[in-house]
Design a binder for this molecule. Sequence first.
Ligand code: FMN
Length: 433
Amino acid sequence: MTVPTGPAERPAHFTMTEDEVMAKFPARARGFELLHKLGNPKHVVAPMVDQSELAWRTLSRRYDAHLCYTPMFHAKSFADEKAKYFHEQWQTDGEDRPLVVQFCANDPDILLNAAKRIEHMADAVDINLGCPQHIARRGRYGSFLMDDWDLVSRLIRRLHEALAIPVTAKIRVFPDVAKTVAYARIVEAAGAQIITVHGRLREQKGHKTGLADWAQIKAVKDAVSVPVFANGNILYFEDIQRCLDATTADGVMSAETNLYNPAIFSGKVLPTWQLAQEYMEICREIPTNQSYIRGHLFKLFRYSLPIHTDLRQRLVEARTMDEFAGCVEAIKVRLMADAAAQSSPFDLDAFEVDEFGYRKYPHWICQPALRFEHDKEHSKSKRLLNEAQADPKPAASTAEQTTEAADSEANAGGSAEDDAADCSTKRQKTAAT
Ligand SMILES: Cc1cc2nc3c(=O)[nH]c(=O)nc-3n(C[C@H](O)[C@H](O)[C@H](O)COP(=O)(O)O)c2cc1C
């Protein structure tokens, strides 16, 4: 499929010209207008199944997240008015803006029906074109649509021509940058008003996650006229600016690091118990599925629970809000004692770095999940590449990271995530559309 350049080459599923679309939706923002309407967000919380739920978005917004995406919803189940799915999954409130709602789908009409249910409660609808999990292959959605550009175009176009709010898309990259760029142009031509580029290949998942390629993101940014969000390789606050510089993207999206450090966008370095307590207070106000709560607490306390294994077990067994809150309080007491027992107090400005440039924070400080065992050589060279693009004098922070977010702790705790964390869950193992 070629990029349509004029009416003669317009694909059959483009039933309207751009002028007709604009006339139909005169108030609907496009491209950079949309970005402006969203508040020119630089800090974007990624869509995360079971983890970017309302309570977590609320916490992240308090720490300088400018824009949040919902978890991916399955369009078919979401559109079904008889199914419980919509009521189980959909949560928002008056403070939850700006908000992008994400769907996976492979049928344009079903996608539109799903999106129509929330078009008055969100700022845009995003299509997940990046999920690499087996469940996505079986359901034929996410990154498996990278093999069917015509369907990708039809999904986007259906929303562009019929939805009251703008459509956006989140893509992965191909090994060949020219192919990535051609794909992004198809996505743009169909009507996507913001493109998020997760700079990893479809194959980069689980233990093969490795680094995102910022050069590919930059190539897309150079090639399209709509705003681009860069996704991948954010470990520390300083990485955000490095990513913006390297990719020239309009905003930076973080997934995994936001889960381990919900204050990442604020630049604050905070104790895990503080964020955990605040999250629990939010969950008292906003009813939240206990498996989401458990998943978040396991991640926040990732580096402490292997030390305090009795508390880990208590967290596994917690079932009620009071039990979760009791766990957090008990962990807090233990971690404060650990902090007090240090010979010298933790000094924010004097952290050490290891041989790879990762910061050595104490276990009670929010910090990213790191990968040491996988792809070391590959990651190291890529890291240097990214640093060279961003900064001739590499900073102490690095861009290597693990996206094995659905780590064993969370699974041990009963979280519904699969091993590589892009988007499939046990609970959501329903076919897309
Ligand atoms: C727990 C978890 C759940 C995720 N769920 C989704 C999802 O629902 N939709 C999606 O497009 N990507 C999903 N992803 C992928 C992220 O949005 C993001 O593209 C990926 O993790 C790379 O960003 P990062 O390097 O900041 O982690 C998920 C990632 C994690 C860690």
